[in-house]
Design a protein around this ligand. Sequence first.
Ligand code: SF4
Length: 616
Amino acid sequence: MRYKGYTGLLLKADLSDGTIEAIPLSEQLAEDYIGGVGLAAALIHETVMPGTDPFDEGNPLIFMTGPLTGTIVPWSGRHCVATISPLTGIWGEAYAGGTWGRELKRAGFDGIVIIGKATRPVYLKIINQEVTIEDAASLRGKDTRETEKILRQDCGENVKVAAIGKAGENLVRFAAIIHDGAAARTAARCGVGAVMGSKNLKAIAVRGDWNVAVAEKERLMTSIRAALPALVKDPEHCAEKARAVFTMFVNDGRHAINNWRDSCLEGFNEAVLSEIESHVRQSRPYQCAGCPTGCVESNERAGVRQNVWESIAPLGSQSGIKDMHCVQKAYDICNRHGIDTISAGGTLSFAMECFESGLISEKDTDGIRLTFGNGEALLAMLEKICRREGFGAVLAEGARRAAQIIGSGAEKFAIEVKGLEVPAHDPRAHNFLALAYATDPRGAIHTGAADPKVEGFDLMDMASIRFDAERAPAMVARGQDYACILNSLALCAFSHAGYAQYYSAVGFPGITATEVVSWLNLATGMEQDFTSLMKAGEKIFNLKHLINLRRGLDSSSDGLHERFVTVKKNYGPAAEHLPPVANMVADYYRIRGWEADGNMTPEKAAELGLTISDEG
Ligand code: SF4
């Protein structure tokens, strides 16, 4: 590998026959797909057969860092996990911050491809380039925090751990992979933890001693210094930042109320703001590896991760709950046992609406009164989901499958896109989000389109284009391509969002694509420019689309649940607005160069260097 930033090696572990090999990463792959999600998509497209079930041995579970991971580049302490999702049956990807990705690079690997299935519980131990498959029988049933603690005792205090809890072991279809124990840096979405469980892989413990080399260290350092914000490490400053973001969220009406059915939950906004105040006063900001700023979504108290917006809303207002102690308990259950808070909240609130509508009763729910606002019921059912016990086994399938099991038209309460439950940003509040949810290859994802302007992400600014259906298709397509670049570099999206960074001075807008291009070149020695990177982003996005087409997905999946296009809210600045999704999708296909039915034209495929001849 001529490029720096990469280690030049991928680790491949076949858990069926126990073989482990280090595979060289080609320069061509690095140029075409960068790293992170790009490389993962290329590998999945190349190796996964169209009919492969997510729980088949042939479905790979891929952990992939980027060329900036582990370098001196700020906000680069992240990695991607990709697979075919057991929740949706299509392309799946998730991201985690923390320290694990940096440690994998330090051990000498850019990524890990895991195939096969072990016949007994195992964990993967990586100490520099010494890799072994170890027995994990004694870890079975342990939560992610206990697992990390035990592995640090067994493998050395400095080891970094990615682990599943009992939810992953029990194949809960929205199980997550938790990194760094109590810090709970979570690869949450698309059921990546269930695929890990299906392989009988409890954990990956990694430690490395090498530094990641970069091509032009001095110039890179100078460029970073010039771009870094002034840092203000003052609790009042942090409180101001956090208050601004969370006030915008609640005033915007982005959170679901009672399974997206209602418009307002009295007292919820005040409870959120008081929770945030307590974060700043009683917790401490957490910083992922190499992160200079921390962010309003990362707080720890006594080493335990505190509520984030994607727990506060799905496990809170979406389930009719405003008691933040209860929501924190629910978040802790999700992190300990390893499930995605968004899908957990989406599935539980679905069940609550089924219960309140009489489709299910206490006879079905093991005696639990699963009503909106019943925090004790939510906590009890969460535990049952993780254990796949009683009615929990039904909900462990996710909202779409649970609706099919319940029957009687329960689908009308299952709020999802492509089978993936909806995050805490109401698509009725913004055309950009509505179209991004409808067209993301994973389903409803709020981070799939990086920003409307590409250079400099200002969420506050997005309010000005909230109802603009004409500009949304081009902005979403461009934002999705750029997100593919950020996710291939495995760079944190908050690098572009100074407003959400705790320690950066007020007014810092975040870095822009200019820094991204420059830092990639200085770190690796590549000669990319913004145009070539955006072309790579477009190729990666289209490749994910091709993987889905090959698995039988069609344009009927590119839409929103009927609740979002027929039921108006009566609260907030987006009240009375319904996004014109069908029209925007048609324009979006045209801009993407796809057929009217969502298939890719041969011309577009040729332009991107992709082949569609065997895509079905
Ligand atoms: S901004 Fe937050 S999520 Fe991003 S790298 Fe820093 S601490 Fe991690």
